[in-house]
Every structure is written in structure tokens, then in C-alpha cells.
Design a protein around this ligand. Structure first.
Ligand code: PDD
Length: 287
């Protein structure tokens, strides 16, 4: 894997070693900021417009002024890929915070946002995409505005750590028994040929891949029902899968040690994976 050292900052393109922030920084001290993770395949971004649209929705929700328009953001991120001579699979990580200022809770006044974005290699998880992964359930202890892609990720971090310590890939979050989403993904259950997933309310992140899953389901004539399922429904599921920019459409074959159906990725999940690869113009062999 190669290092891609050119980083986009609020002052332009700089080498990553030159990028420093004072410790009185709103993202560091309050988590007062937002972020995006954008998938790159063979050097080209996937769902860039959707991610930028969501970044602007998050910024509006927390009343943060971004120092660029949507079109400028597109151009800057494309330039970031070019400057790093990106040709591999990877991600762009982008974050914007309410800037550097002495620590007081309220907004600091006329302080510009701190923004940075960098590129990192990330191969596709082809083995897991083929065989499926396990998950555990965890209580969703997050706040009411999970549609904002906020830097405040402590509940997500703790849930993912619990999953990892259990040898699992993801933590499926539940509120009063209803599955909201994963610690860093959206979650879907398939029963009798219908896909169920939590509605796109304020209680989940409106995943960019989720938007595509809905379209793929429509194209495949598979009903896509935005209705929360419960943890009690999981053992009877025909198929279960999760989606995210880093995990794509990932089959879940075991939850809390209980096998889903025959323990292999189901046929609808595999059809959705195929649609995803077509849509993202992925040409590499999925081993
Ligand atoms: N996470 N839900 C949560 C809580 C997430 O953090 C993510 C993405 C998703 C899926 O969103 P999308 O399809 O737009 O990637 C759902 C990113 C990958 C992360 O934090 O690393």
C-alpha cells in the first residue's frame, strides 16, 4: 500500500506532515464537527454527490458554515485524488469543525471552520463479502440526531469495540428491541422476499449506500419496506446484511452466536452485491 501524502486543508493543499492544529480546537475539545467517508475504486470516487449533499445537510443541522460550495467541494476532492495520483481502492476522509478558539461551549463567533481531507488506501473486503460476517447486538445509547454525521462517535466506538472483543465484525444497535442501524453501517433483514430496514428518520444515518440499496431493490422488484424489525425477528430471518461505504453490501450470517438461515450469504443479498459492483463499475474479481 502506498502513502498518499497530499492533504486538503482550509489553506489549500499541503503535505500531511505540515498539517497541525492548536489543542484548543472545537473538533478536539467538543467533537463540534462533522465528517464524511467516501469510497474510492481504482482512483475514482463513488457516490461523491450523495456524500457532499449529506455533508451540507449535517453542516446546516449544526449551523456550521462550510468554506466552499457543493461544486467547489466536488472539484477540491477530485483534485485531492489527482494530486495524490490515486489509482487504487481507498477512501477519502473529510472533516469540518467549528474551528480553533479558546474553550467556551457556545459558538466562538467569527472563527472559520477547520477542514481537512485525506486519501487512504483501503482494499475491498472481498473474502468477507463472499463468506459473510458475524455481529452482536448492543443497546443503542446514542442521541436523537443520528442523521447528522457528527464527530461525536463515543457510543459507536464502544459498541464496535464490544463487537471486536467478541470476535465479531459489527455491533447491531437496538433501541427498545427495535434495530436502528449498526455502529458504522445500516442494517437490513430479509424475510419472505421482502427487505426490512429502519426508516430514514433522525434516529439513523441516512447511508449513501442505503439510498442505492433501495434503488437496487426496486430494480430487482424486491419490496423495500422502511419498517424497523426487532432483535426477536433476527433468528427467523432468511437473510441479513449491512451496508456502508467501507463494507459495501456485507452479508451477516451469525448474530449473538445464532446462525442466520443456512449460515451462507443469501440469494437476494448476492444479487444486491452484484448490482453494487455494476453501479460502482468494479471490475476486480470478487474472490
Ligand atoms: N460509516 N450508519 C452509521 C452509524 C455509519 O457510521 C455509516 C458509515 C453508515 C453507512 O453510511 P454510508 O453508506 O454513507 O457509508 C450508517 C462510515 C463508513 C465511517 O464512519 O467510517
Amino acid at each position: 500500500m502506498s502513502v498518499h501524502p497530499i492533504t486538503l486543508s482550509q489553506t489549500g493543499f499541503v503535505h500531511r506532515d505540515e498539517l497541525t492544529y492548536p489543542f484548543e480546537e472545537r473538533g478536539l475539545q467538543f467533537g463540534d464537527g462533522i465528517y464524511e467517508v467516501i469510497r474510492i475504486y481504482a482512483g475514482a470516487s463513488y457516490l461523491l454527490t450523495e456524500h457532499i449533499d449529506r455533508l451540507f445537510r449535517s453542516a446546516e443541522a449544526i449551523r456550521l458554515d462550510l468554506p466552499f460550495s457543493k461544486q467547489e467541494a466536488r472539484n477540491l476532492l477530485t483534485e485531492l485524488l489527482n494530486q495524490n495520483e490515486m489509482t487504487s481502492d481507498g477512501i477519502i476522509y473529510l472533516q469540518a469543525t467549528r474551528g480553533s478558539a479558546p474553550r467556551v461551549h457556545a459558538f466562538p463567533g467569527d472563527v472559520p471552520a477547520n477542514v481537512y481531507a485525506y486519501v487512504q488506501d483501503m482494499p475491498r473486503k472481498t473474502k468477507k463479502l463472499t463468506s459473510g460476517v458475524s455481529a452482536i447486538t448492543q443497546r443503542d445509547t446514542r442521541w436523537e440526531n443520528c442523521y447528522i454525521k457528527s464527530l461525536n462517535l463515543l457510543p459507536n466506538v464502544l459498541a464496535k469495540q464490544a463487537a471486536q472483543e467478541n470476535g465479531s465484525y459489527e455491533a447491531i444497535l437496538q433501541k427498545d428491541g427495535k434495530v436502528t442501524e449498526g455502529s458504522s453501517s445500516n442494517i437490513y433483514l430479509i424475510k419472505d422476499g421482502t427487505i426490512f430496514t429502519h426508516p430514514a428518520t433522525k434516529h439513523i444515518l441516512h447511508g449513501c449506500v442505503r439510498m442505492r440499496v433501495e434503488e437496487f431493490a426496486h430494480d430487482l422488484a424486491v419490496p423495500f419496506v422502511e419498517k424497523a424489525f426487532t432483535t426477536a425477528d433476527i433468528p427467523d430471518a432468511d437473510e441479513l446484511f449491512l451496508s456502508s461505504s467501507t463494507s459495501e453490501i456485507m452479508p451477516v450470517i451469525d448474530v449473538d452466536g445464532i446462525q442466520i438461515a443456512d449460515g451462507a450469504p443469501g440469494s437476494i443479498t448476492r444479487e444486491l452485491q452484484y448490482q453494487y459492483e455494476q453501479d460502482a463499475a468494479i471490475t476486480h474479481v470478487n474472490v
